[in-house]
Design a protein around this ligand. Structure first.
Ligand code: ATP
Ligand code: MG
Length: 405
């Protein structure tokens, strides 16, 4: 039977030939058993990082001290990690010490949840020492061993638990949920970047509603930047049909719209998002505010927004107004965009040099101002985007321009 692991089998083969144990582990095994599309394939092995580097011709050392080497094989890359245990967790996050070990079972024991702590060998046999399969059947997120201890070691696991609720449509085991309620304050120690990754995955999941309800019930929101005291807002947000959103920009636009922070910029910076994303979200929000009042995309607005922003805004606006025709609205908008007389400034048939020549005037700020008037006249369909017509139009309104500019 073909499996998504076939292409990675030569890696296990080579490790076996050198006398080492090697298994597929973690999220890929979980997703495969659940019949979900699998993401990155991770491999655990008894080989030490030095052995891994010697065995494979192309490797990248991403953290040999923690036991992880990336192996490049054909077009793909695989994280190959030496069996290890972790100890000396400082400040409720990453471990201080990593010891390389020889037991697969002990390697699986350090993993967060039972469904993430299964291994699969090259023949597809599953090694499940912590009831991962049972919990999978019961659709349960449950820590390997005591949730209290596991959350004390690394508080991020609490956010990971909630994002798996959203991604897999599972529920938390009673003990896991209780432990989150009691240890939620430990999230203070977790870096923003790690929180951002988990929250984004949570919002893209299939059961955002339940996950956000847990964010409320377990008071996780008090440890998310800009969310403090945002319970009522989160309740509203939890009913938002996130499934219709597609891009990272759209997710952050919706989140920010509901949070309604006094400064959008400061809120997004707290999440340490890249500048480009922050600017897109700000842009989306300003057009969304206009469009929620206007409801009609004038040619001028559509042009100013640009197609990307307009699509995002239209999608979100349609959802917020409970439209039954989200895709239709977006398609109509795309058609309107293609019918614009110009899509960018570059398409204007004349340029600043033409104006200077025709007017026989020194260059200056007037050039940009007159170009803007031309742009507007074309978009409002007062003139066609043709050199001759623009030239004539300029000469007929010459007096106005000469007075103003
Ligand atoms: P995804 O589908 O998002 O990749 P994943 O379960 O594969 O989910 P990764 O972050 O890729 O998550 O981690 C791979 C594996 O490493 C997990 O399945 C789990 O076994 C282990 N793991 C990851 N993060 C932690 C953590 N904070 N504590 C314990 N084990 C972890
Ligand atoms: Mg993964």
């Amino acid at each position: 039977m073909e499996t998504p692991f076939d292409e990675a089998k030569p890696i296990l083969d080579k490790l076996h030939q050198s006398g080492f144990e090697a298994y597929f582990v973690g999220g890929a095994v979980r997703d495969f058993l659940l019949g979900r599309e699998i993401g990155d394939i991770d491999i655990a092995t008894s080989a030490k990082p030095e052995d891994i580097k010697n065995i494979f011709p192309k490797t990248i050392d991403v953290g040999a001290e923690h036991g992880t080497i990336i192996v490049l094989h054909e077009k793909d890359q695989y994280e190959v990690t030496t069996y290890r245990t972790e100890s000396g967790y400082e400040d409720f996050r990453r471990p201080q010490n990593v010891q390389f070990i020889t037991s697969l079972k002990e390697d699986l024991r350090r993993r967060d949840f039972t469904i993430n702590a299964m291994a699969m060998n090259i023949n597809g046999e599953v090694f499940d020492y912590f009831h991962g399969k049972d919990h999978m059947e019961q659709k349960l997120i449950h820590t390997v061993d005591s949730p209290k201890e596991r959350f004390n070691e690394d508080a991020l696991r609490m956010l990971r638990a909630l994002r798996f609720v959203s991604q897999l449509h599972f529920t938390l085991s009673f003990e896991t949920e209780e432990a989150i309620k009691h240890h939620v304050h430990l999230l203070d120690a977790i870096s923003i970047e790690r929180k951002t990754t988990e929250i984004e995955k949570l919002l893209k999941g299939v059961n955002v509603k339940s996950a956000l309800n847990l964010v409320i019930q377990c008071k996780v929101y008090n440890y998310l930047p800009g969310f403090v005291g945002g319970k009522v807002m989160l309740e509203k947000l939890s009913s938002f049909p996130f499934k219709y959103l597609t891009t990272r920009e759209e997710f952050w636009t919706v989140l920010t719209y509901y949070i309604s922070p006094s400064s959008v910029e400061i809120f997004l910076r707290k999440w340490k998002l890249p500048n480009k994303l922050i600017n897109s979200v700000k842009n989306n929000l300003s057009f969304l505010t206009i469009q929620l009042k206007n409801r009609v995309w004038t040619d001028l607005l559509l042009y100013e927004a640009g197609l990307g922003t307009a699509i995002a805004v239209e999608r979100i606006r349609s959802i917020l107004l409970n439209s039954q025709q989200i895709d239709e609205n977006v398609s109509k908008l795309k058609v309107s965009f293609t019918q614009l007389p110009i899509k960018t400034k570059k398409e204007i048939a004349v340029n600043g040099h033409d104006l200077i020549k025709w007017k026989n005037k020194e260059p200056g700020p007037w050039v940009a101002q007159v170009m803007e008037e031309i742009e507007k006249a074309i978009l409002l369909k007062r003139i066609e985007n043709k050199r001759s017509e623009i030239k004539e139009w300029l000469s007929t309104c010459s007096q106005d321009f000469d007075q103003n500019y």
